[in-house]
Design a protein. Structure first.
Ligand code: IVH
Length: 675
């Protein structure tokens, strides 16, 4: 008779094999019914014998615990990105550079792969078992998403061959792209629409967003797929990228089998064209081809510059275009009063979705491209989702067509519009303009600000029209109107109660989000975070002079002026006072950091650093209790000086301020981190 341990082992192996056939090879071996039955059997046996728990059992794919924070993970090898080429001559330039470095006598083979339009991941396997998975992050450090990656059934929890007779695989990182098939993505969006949830813009955003969900059970329900394109190890005995792909496949990874080995650059160009033709018939989105030098010895000779390798390049496909009729130009009033033109189009299908509107940005843009109503326009969807009008088909223009003129009055409240001298934008200056009121409220309630679920465009419009809302503070008074709100046609008791409870919940949003939500012009989410971290409370921020504001790293004159102007307006102060009374958070708790070399020291950063961006270095300083300021004065404690530092370094020298090299800085960091 088999022991329980053997039985468990056997069942787990069986299910791993069925998963592999179903999810990696797309060749199921058994019916769903039989599969579910086996999985239940395994679950039962495991729960009866907890002493034989194994973290790589198929039952351990979907964790129950929420991921509270995505911890930083340092990649063993940096995650590089690719330089782009957009046409054949740029590909030929790439080939020429490769050959120049390698020398004439070297034969060069290339491997061509699809450039999958998804989110990249790195997965670490130690002793044959999946250990951690991480996002790309800044290329050096990513965020740990192991729980979420484990839910993807085409990701093996352990290597199919380990130990391997030919390769040492004790500690490897595999790299690949997480994506969604178009069809799955559309279905997901349809379901979200039915549930009244926000739609994802494209499969890429949807995949990247899913990887950052806190609940692995929700991730498991999303149709994520993976293609692995790369295996890295410190003991790498691999000779070629094509061999790398074959090894990955043998180890149980899902690779894209359409890769091609090309013997000449002419062949590379031919395959690039072939891939571009195939683009629309693939089930997933690709935005180009990746051209890689096949020989790993040659790759090592070529090395990399900054953040991308010299041995590989992306060949980006042309943006997809369509032509359609521009039926009208309407003018939209945003939350700041800025009036922007919008193209109303005859609906046309382009790259996966039907487009009926496109932004025209501003009047300058319209004049530059001479865009007129009734024109046939060329639309393009580039890397981003919002389509843009690239040009007009002048040959099709009617003789009686007239250049586009901007409106003189606000299309919503009819007040006379204003154009500041140094700006291209037109503004409605009437603060009572319903469009501005609605825009401000929508912004306040939005996910990245106060995150009030349910208070979207439609409800804001309704509540403004019914005079329940005039400003953000009114949102927190809605609870006093519960009975009246329930009476409004089509809003039931349940939905109002849900809304009221998410309004209450929003009171816990941190200071930085509140600061962003109140809508000070030029204060986006990033600036709000910096201000909150620096000043720690609204009171301090309100007291700050222009100089104190501009002394904060990356806060310039116009932001500072806008902040001062905001707090000088009585109406804003009244709203803030009411929000404070409602219990919103207007201060950040100072993080408790033990005293260290950074505590209360002021730093000025100048020049380019090798290991961090200036932004990252600044964040580190702040997180250890130091301050980052933008200009050197007598009060500055340190100047961190990188490559090609200029006038700030000179000034620091003349004032006798301590100058730190990047190495000194690393030492200081180490002293705090105790490593
Ligand atoms: S190779 C140094 N291969 O494109 C090698 N990347 O900027 C870099 N991508 O971040 C990656 N398909 O997320 C490689 N077949 C493929 C790829 C691919 C998609 C993504 C990857 C990378 C970005 C390039």
């Amino acid at each position: 008779m088999k022991s329980v341990e053997e039985l468990l082992q056997e069942l787990r192996e069986k299910i791993h094999l069925y998963d592999y056939h179903y999810y990696v090879l797309a060749e199921p071996l058994i019916s769903d019914y039989e599969y579910d039955h086996l999985l239940k059997e395994l679950e039962k046996l495991e729960s009866e014998n907890p002493q034989f728990f194994s973290s790589d059992s198929p039952t351990q794919r979907v964790g129950k615990d929420l991921t509270k924070e995505f911890k930083p993970v340092t990649h063993q090898f940096p995650m590089l990105s690719l330089a782009n080429t957009y046409n054949e001559s740029e590909v030929l330039d790439f080939d020429r550079r490769v050959k120049e470095i390698l020398g004439e006598h070297e034969k060069v083979e290339y491997v061509l792969e699809y450039k999958i339009d998804g989110a990249s991941v790195s997965i670490n396997y130690v002793n044959g078992k999946l250990k951690t998975a991480a996002t790309r992050g800044d290329g050096t450090t990513g965020e740990e998403i192991t729980q979420n990656i484990k839910t993807i059934k085409s990701v093996p929890l352990k290597l199919k061959i380990y130990p391997h007779p030919k390769y040492s695989l004790n500690n490897i990182e595999v790299r690949g792209e997480i994506y969604m098939d178009m069809e799955d993505f559309e279905l997901l969006n349809k379901e979200r629409e039915e549930r009244g949830e926000k739609l994802f813009a494209n499969p890429r955003n949807s995949s990247a967003g899913t990887l950052k969900l806190q609940d692995p059970q929700m991730v498991a329900k999303r149709p994520l797929k993976i293609f692995i394109y790369y295996l890295l190890s410190k003991e790498n005995e691999l000779q070629q990228q094509s061999e790398n792909l074959e090894l990955l496949s043998a180890l149980g990874f899902r690779i894209n089998k359409d890769f091609q080995v090309c013997k000449s650059i002419e062949e590379v160009l031919q395959i690039c064209r072939k891939f571009e033709e195939q683009r629309d018939s693939l089930p997933f989105e690709i935005d180009g081809a990746v051209i890689k030098v096949n020989s790993i010895r040659q790759q090592n000779i070529l090395g990399s510059i900054a953040k991308s390798p010299r041995w590989a390049v992306a060949f980006k496909f042309k943006a997809k275009q369509a032509t359609t009729l521009l039926k009208a130009i309407t003018w939209q009033v945003g939350r700041t009063g800025a009036v922007t033109p919008v193209a109303e189009l005859e609906p046309v299908f382009l790259a996966g979705s039907t487009i009926s509107r496109a932004t025209l940005h501003n009047l300058d843009e319209i004049r530059r491209k001479d865009i007129r109503v009734n024109d046939i326009v060329v639309l393009e969807k580039g890397g981003d989702v919002i389509p843009k009008i690239v040009s007009v088909l002048l040959d099709e223009r009617k003789d009686d067509s007239l250049p586009t003129e901007p409106p003189k009055n606000c299309p919503v409240c009819n007040s006379v519009l204003f154009q500041p001298e140094d700006e291209v934008a037109l503004y409605c200056e009437n603060l009572e303009c319903p469009a501005q009121i609605k825009g401000k409220l929508e912004h306040f309630a939005s996910r990245t600000a106060m995150d009030i679920e349910g208070l979207g465009e439609a409800l804001v419009d309704l509540f403004v029209e019914k005079k329940f809302l005039k400003n953000a503070a009114d949102i927190y008074d809605l609870k006093f109107h519960r009975e009246e709100l329930i009476q409004i046609e089509r809003l039931g008791e349940k939905s109002i109660d849900n809304l009221l409870s998410s309004i209450e919940k929003s009171k816990q949003q941190p200071f930085a989000k509140v600061l962003f939500a109140i809508g000070i012009r030029y204060v986006g989410a990033g600036v709000a975070k910096k201000l909150a971290d620096h000043f720690l409370s609204l009171e301090n921020l309100q007291k700050a002079s222009k100089e104190e504001l501009t002394n904060v790293f990356e806060i310039g004159e116009s932001i500072a002026e806008s902040i001062l102007q905001f707090f000088s307006d009585e109406k804003n102060l009244l709203i803030i006072e009411r929000l404070q009374k409602h219990g919103l958070v207007f201060s950040s708790e100072k993080k408790i950091i033990t005293e260290n070399v950074f505590t209360n020291k002021s730093f000025v950063l100048t020049g380019a650093l090798e290991n961090f961006s200036r932004e990252e270095a600044g964040e580190k300083i702040i997180s250890f209790g130091g301050k980052v300021i933008s200009s050197v004065s007598k009060k500055t404690d340190f100047v961190l000086s990188g490559e090609a530092a200029g006038s700030k370094l000179e000034k620091a020298k003349s004032l006798g301020i301590k100058i730190l090299s990047e190495n000194d800085f690393l030492e200081m960091l180490k002293s705090v981190l105790g490593t």
